[in-house]
Write a protein that binds this ligand. Structure first.
Ligand SMILES: [Ca+2]
Length: 607
């Protein structure tokens, strides 16, 4: 309580400071340019009144601003770090640490940058947008990884693992990211105090991660922009990938008035179930007979390629027709009792050579049941938020073991695992043991869908899932949205993303959606929206592996749409060196018609 009173006094002091300065700043029109002398605590204050934030917070404190000269990337600019304290006083509660970069030559606009992975670090702010004169800002989302609990005052993005281990994030590829220990998983801090995961038991921290932190960080940033330049931005954007992509969708759904445009790459739309899905697969594999081993990887992708490569009119090692391919391998779709893996079934259900890693290896009945589980929509025991009834799981792809979807060992609770075998863990495991089961030492494989955790599961879905298909408030205020996904993504769920696209179309109708949103799909690209053709084509022929065209400037397209009313094409030409391909809007895909395979003009977007 004593601390609360101190914060209150600080807030009142800051409110007085703010009103004084506003008067001064409003008397200085054209304040788009700032200098080092403006980058001071006297200018920006030491706190922000809690009433300025649209979601409940305890207090907002600011560190001393710091000037970054022309020699710094994105410089010159002024940075301020802040800490948004929780309302909850429990020891599991955490602050939201945020940072803002205020450029010397402001273009009158701002960009909120999304997080990555399970968040816990402030994104790096000194990217291309800051160099272009945008104010950039972002937060750690209200919990801290790497042993920096409550630390405000570090460099912007200084403890953000940029492009590295943030596996739900913008990181390219991030192999093995689902599986702790088998690749660059969640960053563990070195040198700092041991990080505690107990924030995962705190509802305010979970709600901050889900949605509240975006609003709180936005509102704090608007106050600081006003204090520095004397006015608020003409345009405000949200840009993010993966976790940050979900955040971008979420702000369009929950806080449409605050954003003129959002860009979301590979968003983890159904976040609550995405965290659970790796455990559901391991549960499916509890019987030893159901275990799909790493030896089967070539056989699996070879079979998928055999059935799906040609569906786009060209046998070239790229499965462009993702909808038709999904329809084959989702056994709940189409005719009943289909057997998409029949050609790979081991005779008499006996695997003559379980160690065979070639494309000729066969699959047992149990293994086939697991593959059907992975590539078929997973129906919920009861509908989750926004009446979502299933999780889209994964699409047939050329990286079937990616992100730990196939594991090379057995885990505690699975048949054949030793009693002291490690418990299964992955990037989102805290969302199962902490958020859902409320026991950080629980074995996630003990979770049972539709059981005693059903009410909690529904509650978490409300907080965490960016699945609201009704974007009409955002559309009506003139908001624009660009989303892009890759069907080879093993970390996010392409099935969930496509099902979300469809739900938006079902809710709002195609023509309305086309007026404000683009839902692009880059077939056979992964979580970083990059990929290559498979080196064995659908006819089993060895071919040269080359990058799939994927280069485009989503942010420039978004800004042009928002500010100049220039809508991006429903298909965009993407490039990779001398190759090009159309990037089509869902549910269309690049269908080969005629001409050189490496030229976009040889394809048409078809459904
Ligand atoms: Ca093809």
């Amino acid at each position: 309580m004593k601390q609360a009173r101190v914060w209150m006094v600080l807030s009142i002091g800051a409110a007085v400071l703010l009103s004084t300065r506003s008067t001064v700043m409003q008397a200085a029109p054209g304040a788009g340019t700032i200098a080092e002398a403006d980058c001071t605590g006297a200018q920006l204050g030491s706190s922000i009144p809690v009433s300025a934030l649209g979601e409940p917070v305890g207090a907002v404190t600011l560190s001393e601003p710091r000037w970054n000269g022309a020699g710094k990337a994105g410089g010159p600019y002024c940075t301020v770090n802040g800490s948004i304290l929780p309302v909850d006083k429990a020891t599991t509660a955490r602050p939201i640490n945020f940072s803002i970069a205020l450029p010397s030559n402001w273009n009158g606009r701002s960009v909120q940058l999304g997080g990555g992975g399970m968040n816990g670090t402030i994104p790096g702010l000194a990217g291309s947008q800051l160099s272009q004169g945008y104010v950039t800002y972002g937060s750690d989302s209200g919990h801290q990884i790497g042993g920096f609990p409550g630390a405000a005052g570090g460099p912007p993005g200084g403890f953000a693992a940029k492009g590295g281990p943030a596996a739900f994030g913008a990181a390219k590829g991030a192999p093995g990211a689902f599986a702790k220990g088998s690749g660059p998983g969640v960053a563990k801090g070195s040198g700092g105090p041991a990080p505690s995961d107990d924030w995962a038991l705190n509802d305010e921290a979970i709600k901050n991660l889900g949605y509240m932190q975006m609003k709180k960080t936005h509102d704090a940033a608007m106050v600081l922009i006003q204090r520095m330049y004397g006015e608020r931005p003409k345009y405000n954007y949200y840009v993010g990938s993966s976790q940050g992509g979900r955040e971008a969708l979420t702000v369009a759904q929950r806080y449409p008035a605050d954003y003129d445009g959002v860009a979301a790459n590979v968003p983890i739309v159904n976040f609550s179930t995405l965290m659970l899905a790796p455990e559901l697969i391991r549960m499916q594999e509890k019987p030893a007979a159901n275990w799909v081993t790493l030896a089967k990887v070539n056989a699996i992708r070879g079979e998928v390629m055999r059935q799906c490569d040609k569906l786009d009119g060209l046998v070239d090692g790229i499965m462009n027709n993702y909808m038709a391919c999904r329809a084959i391998f989702d056994v709940h779709q189409g005719a009943k009792n289909r057997h998409p893996w029949a050609a790979k079934r081991c005779p008499n259900n006996v695997d003559p050579n379980p160690a065979d890693t070639s494309a000729n290896a066969c699959l047992t009945d149990g293994q086939i049941s697991t593959l059907e589980f992975v590539y078929t929509r997973y129906p919920f025991a009861a509908p989750l938020a926004n009446n979502v009834k299933s999780f889209g799981m994964w699409l047939p792809n050329t990286d079937p073991s990616g992100s730990g979807l196939i594991m090379g060992s057995r885990f505690r609770g699975q048949e054949g695992a030793a009693a002291d075998a490690p418990m299964h863990s992955h990037l989102g495991a805290l969302g199962v043991t902490g958020f859902l089961m409320k026991d950080l030492s629980a074995n996630p494989l003990d979770y049972a869908e539709g059981g005693k955790f059903a009410a909690r599961r529904a509650e978490l879905s409300q907080w965490l899932d960016g699945t609201n298909p009704d974007l009409s408030a955002f559309q009506k205020r003139g908001g624009k949205m660009i989303v892009a996904i890759g069907t080879n993504d093993t970390l996010a769920s392409p099935g969930a993303q496509l099902d979300y696209y469809q739900s938006v179309l079902d809710k709002m109708g195609r023509s309305k959606v086309d007026g404000f949103a683009r839902l692009y799909v880059l077939p056979q690209t992964g979580h970083g929206l990059s990929g290559s053709n498979y080196a064995t084509d659908g006819d089993g022929k060895q071919i040269e592996s080359k990058p799939i065209p994927n280069t485009w400037d989503r942010f420039a397209l978004l800004v042009d749409w928002v500010e100049n009313g220039k809508a991006p094409g429903k298909s965009i030409k993407v490039i990779a060196g001398q190759r090009s391909l159309p990037m089509c809007s869902y549910p269309e895909y690049p269908k080969y018609s005629k001409g050189p395979a490496q030229a976009a003009e040889s394809y048409t977007c078809s459904a």
